[in-house]
Design a protein around this ligand. Structure first.
Ligand SMILES: [Zn+2]
Length: 278
């Protein structure tokens, strides 16, 4: 989640390839926009951080807009930019959606929607492998000032734990509440909260956390019986380390295990804390 493997491609080559496969009229429009679009490519990293600052610096007529947006059709299977589509989908870490980390990828999302930003319709940095659920919920939204979606990093080092999970126990049932980590810069935290709310990920993660616990509860109970809280904590930390290693530190399951480790009700009596689960 929030991490993808880098894809090495020259966006200018993709643009020129697209132009060369369009009808004569569209080709002329796309070639005529070339230098201005390429200038906007260099602005992309800044703009994706604050898309609401966009002042339509690239005024486009309806025909130009349409020509740029429909370049994206060339990514379909068997078409000239199919390899771009394949590379984007292959960039998904562990084959999982970069926005939720819950579902497999099968679609490509325009991080900055192509209807609002036609110039980025085939820019590789703007194309994110996503699950249909996140893609559909995100639609053409870019957020509002100070609150936007989290852009998936291509640098594992830049990925910090963005989520906190608070685990509480009530009547033998554990509850998992997800929020932006309190250690984050307040601006980033606001964006995480926006991302969780808009893509409705809190419920999705809670269901995932319950399933994870159900899968492991027999082992946890057994270890607790053998070595008490200390043995259970060793195993919980082991699970957490394995997920960090395989999925990265920002993956939602890391927060789940941290939440369980910090939940004294669970670590001191995992049987009573999960009576309703088994
Ligand atoms: Zn997703």
């Amino acid at each position: 989640m929030w991490h993808r493997n880098p894809v090495i491609r020259k966006p200018e080559t993709d643009y020129d390839l697209a132009a060369s496969h369009r009808s004569a009229a569209n080709k002329a429009l796309i070639e005529g926009l070339r230098s201005r679009v390429f200038k906007h490519y260099t602005d992309y990293p800044k703009l994706r951080e604050a898309p609401w600052d966009y002042n339509d610096e690239l005024p486009l007529g309806p025909a130009e807009r349409k020509a740029l947006i429909s370049n994206y059709d060339l990514l379909s299977r068997g078409r000239p930019l199919a390899s771009l589509r394949d590379e984007i989908l292959a960039s998904a870490r562990n084959g999982l959606c970069a926005f939720c980390g819950r579902n497999d990828v099968s679609t490509i999302d325009h991080f900055l929607p192509k209807e609002k930003f036609p110039e980025y319709s085939i820019l590789i940095d703007n194309l994110i492998a996503a699950c249909p659920r996140c893609n559909q919920k995100k639609r053409d939204g870019v957020g509002v000032p100070g609150r936007r979606y989290i852009y998936p990093s291509t640098s594992p080092l830049a990925c910090s734990p963005l989520l906190t999970c608070i685990v509480t126990v009530e009547d033998g049932t554990p509850y998992f509440d997800f929020e932006g980590s309190s250690s984050l810069d307040p601006e980033v935290r606001q964006c995480v909260e926006f991302h969780l709310d808009t893509l409705e990920l809190r419920d999705s993660f809670s269901i995932g956390a319950l399933n994870e616990l159900l899968e492991k509860i027999d082992l946890f109970r057994e270890l607790f019986e053998i070595g008490g809280t200390a043995e259970l904590l060793v195993q919980l930390n082991r699970c957490k380390s394995s997920i960090v290693k395989n999925f990265g530190v920002s993956f939602w399951k890391v927060a789940v295990y941290e939440g369980l480790i910090n939940c004294a009700e669970f670590t001191q009596d995992p049987v009573s804390a999960t009576t309703c689960l088994v």
